[in-house]
Design a protein around this ligand. Structure first.
Ligand code: PMP
Length: 427
């Protein structure tokens, strides 16, 4: 019976494992940006930013199958597939960032980046922005303040975490035309910490707010902040777990959107298309400073199977021109959403770019986020066979980050479904 799986899940999985819907579908299989449930109902997957190449990609399946039969072990052997992937990844990074360490997830990549920043500087404190999510491991969790509905977490935040107010251009203190003031505030804060003798190991942030549904940082913010951190001897880490791999359409990496270059890149998620894979990419200088700490080892990180997956993802992205698709189809989707935003009062703004989009559901304006309406809209879309889920600190942002395979007809189907749902709500 349909309810059995949900009952079993609720019984066995801790409550913190969210399932988004009162009656979630039992998804059985996927193909590109489509999903199928156990009753044979089809869904359009508008939310899955892990499966960047889409579901059931045969080139990934073939690569995994081939490599699993040959060898899968840790990266301590001099295995060609591992070195080839590390080189392919480094080739995508900015000049000078050519050292790669492989891990299994975004959280691990962020934790490793924090350790590297510390090794490179001999300092401890890490600067981060509020409203961000960087992962669940101890280090990444400490610098994550999003979904800040847990006062206990605030009380136990370690003293080495130095927080700057999120430069939120939609809902923040200096929204809109005053957004440049955010950089001034950040520099003031750094000066204040200088006076207190605070020494930063570095800064970790996303170049675009993933959790907020893709709110862009004010122009020049990241470059200005990174300059200031470097002037003080700190290291700049870009959390590229969500924004990278061409999802923005115009750029492969998120930091390119801000015209800034990091010292360390932490990346995961799309790079494995659902297979656990993450990496830290940095300079030889930082990698050597980290090596002084001893050796680094991750049992499954950078396994041959993970590496052939990683190489295949990069190859398919190019072969199928998926970054171009993100730019072209993303523009269609963004324009369509902005049009709906103009017509329906429930929608406040469209954030992001390419296929990295978020739509604010509000009651009138930025100061009245409407999480209930967002949840109802998602539930109604599910009825229409479209999967979208709420995100953001207020859980009122429709997260729209489909596989990069999505095409114009699917975008049209999604927009008409959303239009219908919004029209019925106003009727
Ligand atoms: N950083 C960002 C920006 C993320 O979005 C996430 C995951 N949503 C992480 C880090 C953590 O990655 P993982 O879940 O692979 O540990």
């Amino acid at each position: 019976a349909p309810g059995d799986l949900l009952a079993a899940r609720v019984r066995t999985f801790p409550l913190v494992q969210e399932h988004y819907y009162d009656a979630p579908p039992r998804i059985e299989r996927g193909w590109r940006h489509h999903l199928l449930d156990t009753d044979g109902r089809g869904y359009l997957d508008m939310v899955n930013n892990v499966a960047i190449l889409g579901h059931g990609e045969p080139r990934i399946a073939a690569a995994v199958d081939r490599q699993l039969r040959r060898l899968n072990t840790n990266s301590r052997f001099h295995y060609a597939a591992v070195v080839e992937f590390a080189e392919a990844l480094a080739a995508r990074a900015p000049e000078g960032l050519d050292q790669v360490l492989l891990v299994n997830s975004g959280s691990e990549a962020v934790d490793l980046a924090i350790r590297m920043a510390r090794a490179a500087t001999g300092r401890t404190d890490i600067l981060a922005l509020t409203e961000a999510y960087h992962g669940w491991t101890v280090g990444a969790d400490a610098i994550s303040t999003s979904l800040g509905d847990n006062p206990a977490a605030l009380a136990t935040r370690p003293a080495w975490v130095r927080l700057l107010d999120a430069p939120n251009t939609y809902r923040g203190r200096h929204r809109g035309p005053d957004a440049p003031l955010y950089l001034r505030d950040a520099l003031d804060r750094l000066a204040h910490w200088d006076a207190e003798g605070v020494e930063l190991a570095g800064v970790v942030s996303e170049p675009i707010f993933g959790n907020g549904g893709g709110v862009l940082l004010p122009d020049g913010y990241l470059a200005g902040l990174w300059d200031a951190v470097r002037e003080r001897g700190g290291v700049c880490v870009s959390d590229e777990v969500q924004v990278s791999y061409g999802r923005l359409g115009a750029h492969f990496w998120g930091f390119e959107q801000q015209g800034a270059v990091p010292d360390i890149i932490a990346v995961a998620k799309a790079m494995g298309n659902g297979h656990p894979l993450g990496a830290v990419i940095t300079s030889r200088e930082i990698a050597e400073a980290f090596a002084v700490e001893g050796s680094f080892f991750s049992s499954a990180g950078g396994s041959p199977v993970s590496c052939v997956v990683g190489s295949t993802v990069l190859r398919v992205l190019d072969e199928d021109r998926l970054q171009d698709n993100a730019r072209v189809v993303g523009a269609l989707l963004g324009d369509g959403l902005r049009e709906l935003c103009d017509r329906f009062g429930a929608l406040g703004a469209v954030h992001g770019m390419g296929l990295y989009l978020g739509v604010e559901v509000v009651r009138g304006g930025p100061d009245a986020p409407d999480p209930r309406a967002a949840r109802e809209i998602c539930a109604a879309l599910l009825e229409e066979g479209v999967i979208v889920q709420p995100t953001g600190d207020h859980k009122n942002v429709l997260k729209i980050k489909p596989p990069l395979t999505i095409d114009a007809p699917a975008v049209e189907r999604f927009l008409r479904a959303l239009e219908g749902v919004l029209a019925r709500r106003e009727a």
